[in-house]
Design a binder for this molecule. Sequence first.
Ligand code: 4FN
Length: 237
Amino acid sequence: MKFHVLSVFPEFVASVFEYGVLRRAVAAGLIEPNVRDLRDWTEDVHRTTDDLPYGGGPGMVLLCEPVFKAVEELRRAYGELPLIYLSPAGERFTHATACALAESGDFILLCGRYEGLDQRVIDQLVDRELSIGDYVLSGGEVPAMAVIDAVARQIPGVVGNAESVPADSFATGILDHPHYTRPEVFRELAVPEVLLSGHHANIDKWRREQALLLTYRRRPELLSAEQLAAARRLLQD
Ligand code: 4FN
């Protein structure tokens, strides 16, 4: 899968492909970054990507010209790629979105800066707007990196067996159980007995219960009616 990204800080976005699981996936040819600088589609000596907003007010707006040219060039080269704009006005990006995007074919991620895009880009070119959450950010680069990381992990082979992580957890849509490693006692803080018992059925049961209780306390909205009932039963005993 090719990850096309348009940004005025391409090195920043490209760094997501340079570490850990994603770095290995690039080396293995499972994913391919195509992170492009919007300035490459400017014409003036200053390589201007932004200008003042019509109607006045603070900040700057990304120009139409470099964004239109960039998207048109990528679509000429790679076919009719959907354009996804990372935006606080977008639908919430979730694990389900990541799974769907990993199966839906290549797309372009467009990162805003300043106050955002010219509305004509959104109206004419953008197919979908995604938001990673409700906070003020300086640009769409960090959201794009979150989307890239989450989507890439869903591509078969990207996450090795050793790293296969909260697989149980997010497959079931609940939080992960607590984890412990060496030493058995750290500053008088002991690891729960059951984890040292070697009794795998008991360990699995404990982990499932801990995951369910943590999710019940912190994120009850993630639980089904059945899971809520099971958590309440556990708390009764
Ligand atoms: N942010 C809000 C309201 C109004 C503006 C912002 C804001 C970066 C280009 C957009 C932010 C958050 C999640 C992209 C925030 C995201 C962005 C995202 C983002 C510069 C214009 C801007 C949500 C607090 C009500 C700046 C809230 N997911 N504007 O942050 O791109 O993808």
